[in-house]
Write a protein that binds this ligand. Structure first.
Ligand SMILES: C[S@@+](CC[C@H](N)C(=O)[O-])C[C@H]1O[C@@H](n2cnc3c(N)ncnc32)[C@H](O)[C@@H]1O
Length: 317
């Protein structure tokens, strides 16, 4: 079975490691310092390859985690068509095809032919016929018409757009049955997710996840931010490019998923790593009534067992 990591090992290994490492360090500096993110353009083959090698495993893990949460709430949802807006090298199409085997028609829209060229070569290694058959379409976001689809995704793109293009792009996603926006799990990424959430609600959608409601976010702004984490393994090349010693990392991400269809939402969401102590578990929850710190004790054996198995980001019933 060819995973995304296998595909990256084959396709990215075509470039000299030193050039990849230099490009990756350049991108890391740009993303970390936040200097004009729009200038982080994947306009050369080696830059697209460096992006894919050092960031794509993480964006793939984050999008997989977000989509899996949404899928877990509605097991009857069987999307057939998907559009990934600003899809670049295709992390989200790999993620979605891994979550929903029903997907058959996938389209990636992006401005970078270099990123999509690499995405196409990576996709040729996929087991999923849907990923192998992705339509890669050049498009500039802003005044974009998103073609009708069951699922539309936008991952790690908003920071590269102007405010006007952000709002217009998110609004254009609201024709889908399910729209999912994913951003880095930083205070700034969370703010962009909050703005996207407002746009989707204004366009008549309802929030499916992570929020158990479509009301205002109860998290005190400026003091905390809603985010989650996805663990992923690092390949030896990934480790070298990041000059990292650990063979895994935790990708922090924020997301919002919204729909126009009836959709079961979680009664509550676990917002932090549960604190598990002898005989009790402390949970920080978001629910329709706002934030709530709950202690589940052994005196309620069923709830205690459930709480012991619960992780950060899970729904809480
Ligand atoms: C950080 S990458 C994210 C790629 C992919 N969505 C992922 O999660 O790995 C941002 C992508 O947005 C694309 N992009 C940025 N501004 C754009 C614009 N105005 N029109 C079309 N694509 C754009 C870039 O070319 C790049 O592929």
């Amino acid at each position: 079975m060819a995973t995304l990591s296998d595909a990256l090992d084959v396709e990215v290994a075509r470039y000299p490691t030193k050039r990849l490492a230099d490009s990756a360090q350049h991108l890391i500096h740009r993303y970390r310092t936040g200097v004009d993110p729009a200038s982080v353009v994947l306009d050369a083959e080696v830059t697209a390859a460096a992006y894919a090698a050092y960031r794509m495993p993480a964006t793939h893990a984050a999008v997989t985690a977000a989509l899996a949460e949404v899928a877990g709430l509605a097991p009857d949802f069987r999307p057939r068509t998907m559009v990934d807006v600003g899809g670049g090298t295709g992390a989200a199409v790999w993620a979605a095809a891994g979550v929903w085997s029903s997907l058959g028609e996938l389209t990636v829209l992006d401005q970078s032919t270099q990123a999509m060229g690499l995405g196409k070569r990576l996709a040729e290694h996929a087991d999923s016929p849907a990923v192998r058959g992705v339509r890669w379409q050049r498009a500039a976001l802003g005044d974009l018409q998103v073609p009708p689809a069951d699922l539309v995704t936008l991952s790690y793109v908003l920071s590269e757009l102007t405010d006007r293009a952000r709002a217009a792009t998110v609004r254009a996603m609201a024709t889908a049955t399910l729209a999912v926006v994913v951003e880095p799990g930083t205070p700034a990424g969370y703010e962009r997710i909050m703005a996207a959430r407002d746009e989707l609600l204004a366009a008549g959608m309802r929030v499916v996840a992570p929020c158990p409601h479509s009301g205002g976010c109860p998290i005190p702004r400026g003091q905390d931010w809603c985010h989650f984490a996805a663990r992923l393994g690092r390949s030896p090349l990934h480790q070298r490019l990041k000059t990292a010693s650990l063979n895994f990392e935790d990708e922090k991400f924020s997301y919002v998923a919204a729909t126009r269809e009836p959709w079961p939402s979680a009664p509550g969401r676990v917002l932090r790593h549960p604190l598990k102590r002898k005989g009790m578990v402390s949970l920080r929850l978001c629910g329709p009534e706002g934030l709530n710190d709950t202690i589940v004790s052994k005196r309620d054996p069923a709830a205690y067992r459930a709480a012991r198995d619960t992780e950060w980001g899970d729904p809480w019933r």
